[in-house]
Each structure stands twice: as C-alpha cells, then as structure tokens.
Design a binder for this molecule. Structure first.
Ligand SMILES: [Zn+2]
Length: 284
C-alpha cells in the first residue's frame, strides 16, 4: 500500500486535493469512508484533541486500520488534528497515526518553531512514514457556527512561512490565507487569498493544507488547490449536517429507541456533504 506521503505527491502532480474530515463517532467514520469509496479517492480522517478523547486514540487507530484491511488496503488515513502539546504529538505518533499537526499558531513564532521542530525530530526518530504538519497564523479555534470573524485572525507572511518551514522541516504546512475555523452564520465567508497561497507555495515548496474550508465557495477552494493547497479540511459543515439530520430523526420517530435506526439518516446526511466536497477537491 502506498503511504500518505505518496498519495499527497500524487495529488500534487494531478492538481487535486485530498479531503480531510473530522469525526467524533462511528457514524462519522462510516460516512466519510462511504463517500470516499463511492468516488474512489483517498481520504484523511481527522480527530482533534477533543474528538480523540471522545473516540479514544487507540480506538481511532484500530478503526481506521480495520477499514483499510477490510477494503483491500483502501487509502484511508488518520490524522491527529490540532494538537497543542509535544506530549500529545508523541502520543499520536506512538499509537500509529499517519500524520499529526502541532498547532502553535497562537504562540510567538519562535516558540512555535521550537516546539514544531521537536515534533518533527520525534517523528523522524520513531517512524519514518508519519507526517508532521505545522501551523503559522491564527485562524480561530472552533469548528462551529459563528456570528462574527474570530478575533486576532491573521494572514501568514511569505517571509515567516519560509523561515518556519526551513527551520522546522515540517512535511506539511498550514498557513493563514483568509481561511477561518468554523463557519459564519449569517454572512459569507471571507475570500481566500489565492495570491498569498501561490507565493507561499513558491517560497516553501511543501504541500500546503487549507484549514477551516467549511463555508468557502467551490471557486475559491478550487483556485486555492491550483495555487498549491494539497489537503483541504472540512469539519463544521459535516457537524451541522449531523446535528440537523439527528434532530429531525428524533422528532420524526418519538417512539424509536434503537440508535442504529435513529442514526441512519445522520450517516447519510454527512456522507452527502463529504461526497460533494470530495467532488470539488478532486474536480469530478
Ligand atoms: Zn483546522
């Protein structure tokens, strides 16, 4: 089986992006996998620290491995999304995640570089295949519906990006390029800065990751991919689909108590969102 790094290189050559979707439960996992498999494209399952605590780190690894094994080594990978300490980065590497993100975007750049570098060193020492992603530039922290743009949102400068990638040796880099975590409730998302993505790609030559793409338009996302984005993260839109479908299912079936029946519509609703996004990222 090709590893995640090889799938990323392949996506880069083809000018497409790999979708990254967060999950909190088995419903989400099945929804993401079903959607990817129906289109025949690789996919990344993300679990943030909170999601990881709810699912269990060992459980997350075992579930993804089981799906791969049952489906002829299907390219479904597991990422430790937004990890805020070296200790938790080490934990994810030790239990067998395919990739891990150290998120020091809120720290001063030098401290961010220092810890990210330690994460890369640990990864190289333990497992040559695990990928480490670094983040520079604050884009907010929560995957929910927002009434305003998070305070302190930045745009990553080309010089800082170059310094960060050069000094840390990260495999993947997530800049702030007009994207925000979460999704604005009553107004359109800010536009992505395509020019900045291009400049950062040229200056760093590492695959770039777009976080917080929920709410961004198809046009913006596809232009970002053409400019150097190779992984696109979606969480909020999937969460909203889950919440709405589950709420309706509970209201429509007041006497039903079987979770596997009540949750069927939310799996389908999440799958639909994931599939639409994968079509955009893969230009299909
Ligand atoms: Zn993110």
């Amino acid at each position: 089986m090709k590893n995640l790094k090889e799938y990323i290189s392949e996506a880069r050559e083809k000018g497409v992006a790999i979708g990254h979707f967060n999950i909190s439960n088995i419903e989400g996992l099945h929804a993401v996998f079903n959607a990817a498999k129906s289109l025949g494209v690789p996919v990344i399952i993300g679990v943030s620290e909170g999601e990881r605590d709810f699912v269990g780190v060992h459980e997350a690894v075992a579930l993804v491995k089981a799906i791969r094994a049952e489906n002829n080594d299907y390219p479904v990978f597991l990422n430790a999304d937004h990890t805020y300490s070296l200790g938790r980065v080490k934990e994810a590497i030790d239990v067998g995640f395919d990739a891990v993100i150290f998120d020091g975007a809120k720290l001063p750049i030098d401290e961010n570089i220092q810890i990210t570098k330690q994460c890369v060193e640990y990864a190289r020492e333990k497992n040559l295949e695990v990928l480490v992603e670094g983040e520079l530039g604050y884009i907010g922290q929560s995957s929910k519906l927002l009434s305003e743009i998070p305070k302190g949102v930045e745009l990553t400068s080309v010089e800082d990006a170059k310094k960060f990638v050069g000094e840390t040796g990260v495999d993947l880099f997530a800049p702030a390029v007009g994207n925000i975590h979460g999704m604005l409730k009553d107004m359109p998302e800010p536009r992505l800065n395509i020019e900045r993505i291009k400049e950062i790609t040229e200056a760093t030559n590492v695959p770039l990751v777009l976080h917080g793409a929920s709410g961004n338009t198809k046009e913006d996302i596809q232009a970002a991919i053409k400019a150097g984005i190779v992984i696109v993260h979606i969480n909020t839109e999937v969460r909203v689909a889950y919440r709405d479908a589950l709420r309706k299912s509970l209201a429509d079936n007041p006497d039903e108590v079987a979770p596997y029946k009540l949750n069927k519509p939310d799996v389908e609703a999440m799958e639909k969102v994931v599939k639409e996004k994968l079509r955009i990222f893969n230009f299909i």
